[in-house]
Structures are given as structure tokens and as C-alpha cells.
Design a protein around this ligand. Structure first.
Ligand code: PEP
Ligand code: MN
Length: 263
């Protein structure tokens, strides 16, 4: 039997609410993470994100603080009262994620078709934020969600984060049509990550607004207290002030769509 997730705030399941998942690409230090987490909590938004285990293209890049990063996430959770979402890269870490009290597990684009991992997630009852693979079709994306749900975990949130195309001026191409398609093909919440789609901070705002207009249930946004010196994805990260501005814009767009911001 599926246990209802009564202790969690909305994660995109209410059709009249926009859920925001915000925070740095990776948890880098106590100072960095708390500064960002406090800004998000002060805005009254529900979810804080931050990577502890990072899938990086180069093995020489910062790979995340790993277990120490999870501890910082748990600490921020207890200080701010905001639930946390963080990326899981392999099933061996599930017990660690359970112990830490991670509220929602993110499966990154690169693991969207890691079927062994997806099957393991089907045994859990935590919500899973599943990101679309860099070169995966909508059908493949939905099939990956099915892998999780077939195991009995129906708490899946779909996240479109841009796909690889021939275009080189953006990091990825945001597939806006994924929103109506996924909503027509499934009952699952659909959120958009304009940060990884654009790869450029100034483009996050227009893409976020387009996502709301196209019917997205939420947004995942990267925010950093010092983007220039970020250890990961600084170019696409908003400062807390830019994020605050974006949230004002999103709130207005949400109202236009007859929706309010989830808290
Ligand atoms: C992330 O959210 O930091 C991330 C690595 O995203 P993606 O898996 O979409 O590249
Ligand atoms: Mn990132």
C-alpha cells in the first residue's frame, strides 16, 4: 500500500500551485549553503536543493562533499524547517539518504536510464524528482518513471531540464513542448529546470516565465551566494537578489494562470 506523504509540503501535485526547488548546484561549505538556504527560507518557498554527490563530466572536477554535504543539508533542514531534495547517484547510498532524512531524491539526467537504480527507487516511498536525460525522448522519459512506479512508488515528479541539440549558444535546448506532452500523457507533476537548460544566468528568467505559461507545476532554480566563485555551474546560478526578483516575476505569472506559490 502507498503511504500518503502527509508530512511533506506540496511537491507539484496540487494543480493550482507552483512549487519552487531552489539552491546551489552543490553544497560547498556550511557558510555557502546556509547563506543560500536562509534566503530561500526567508522568501517562504518550500524546497531547498543542493547536490552532495555530483555527476561531473570531468573526473578532476569537484565531485561534491558527499556524506559531509548530506550532513549540511540535514542541518539546514533542521534550522530552516524547509524540506530538502538532493541527487542520488547509486543505490548503495540509499540507506545513507534514509538516515539523513532526505525528503526527496533527485535522479539526474545522466541516470535517467539507470534501470537498476530506478527499480531500487520503486521500493521506496519518498518522492523522486526524475530529470529527463540529455538525449531521451518523451516516451523514454515516461518509461523511466514507469520503472519507479511499477515497483510501487507512485510519487514521481518529472523534470525537463533541456536536451542536446545542434545549438551551441545555450547549454541545452529547453523543450517547452515537453510540458503539455507530459501532462497529456501522464498524471504526474511536471517541473522545469531553466538553469541547466540555459546554462546562462540571464536566460533563466524568460525560460522560467515561459514554463509557467506552458503549464509547468514548478521550477528548479540554481542559486549561489557567490556565482563567480562557485565550484559548480556558477555561470547559470542566480544571486539571492536575482532569485528574489525572479520569484516576484514568477508569482505574477502564476497569478495570471490562476495559481499561487506553494509554501
Ligand atoms: C543538477 O541538478 O545539479 C544536475 C546535475 O542536473 P542534470 O542532472 O539535469 O544535469
Ligand atoms: Mn547544476
Amino acid at each position: 500500500m502507498i503511504k500518503p506523504l502527509t508530512n511533506l509540503p506540496n511537491y507539484g501535485t496540487k494543480t493550482d500551485e507552483i512549487t519552487i526547488y531552489a539552491g546551489p548546484c552543490s553544497v560547498e561549505s556550511e557558510e555557502q549553503f546556509f547563506e543560500v538556504a536562509e534566503c530561500i527560507a526567508d522568501l517562504g518557498l518550500s524546497w531547498i536543493r543542493g547536490g552532495a554527490f555530483k555527476p561531473r563530466t570531468s573526473p578532476y572536477s569537484f565531485q561534491g562533499l558527499r556524506a559531509e554535504g548530506l550532513e549540511l543539508l540535514a542541518h539546514a533542514r533542521s534550522q530552516t524547517g524547509q524540506p530538502i531534495v538532493t541527487e542520488l547517484m547509486n543505490s548503495e547510498h540509499i540507506p545513507l539518504f534514509e538516515e539523513t532524512g532526505v525528503d526527496m531524491i533527485q535522479i539526474g539526467a545522466r541516470n535517467m536510464q539507470n534501470f537498476r537504480l530506478l527499480k531500487a527507487l520503486g521500493q521506496l516511498r519518498k518522492p523522486i524528482l526524475l530529470k529527463r536525460g540529455l538525449a531521451n525522448t518523451i516516451e523514454e522519459f515516461l518509461m523511466s518513471a514507469e520503472y519507479i512506479m511499477a515497483g510501487g512508488n507512485e510519487n514521481v515528479i518529472l523534470c525537463e531540464r533541456g536536451i542536446r541539440t545542434f545549438e551551441t549558444m545555450v547549454r541545452n535546448t529547453l523543450d517547452i513542448s515537453a510540458i503539455p506532452l507530459l501532462k497529456q500523457q501522464s498524471h504526474l507533476p511536471v517541473i522545469i529546470d531553466p538553469s541547466h537548460a540555459a546554462g546562462i544566468a540571464w536566460m533563466v528568467n524568460p525560460l522560467a516565465k515561459a514554463a509557467i505559461a506552458a503549464g509547468a507545476d514548478g521550477l528548479m532554480i540554481e542559486v549561489h551566494n557567490d556565482p563567480k566563485n562557485a565550484l559548480c555551474d556558477g555561470a547559470q546560478s542566480l544571486t539571492p537578489a536575482q532569485f528574489d526578483e525572479l520569484m516576484q516575476d514568477v508569482k505574477r505569472r502564476a497569478a495570471f494562470e490562476g495559481k499561487r506559490m506553494a509554501r
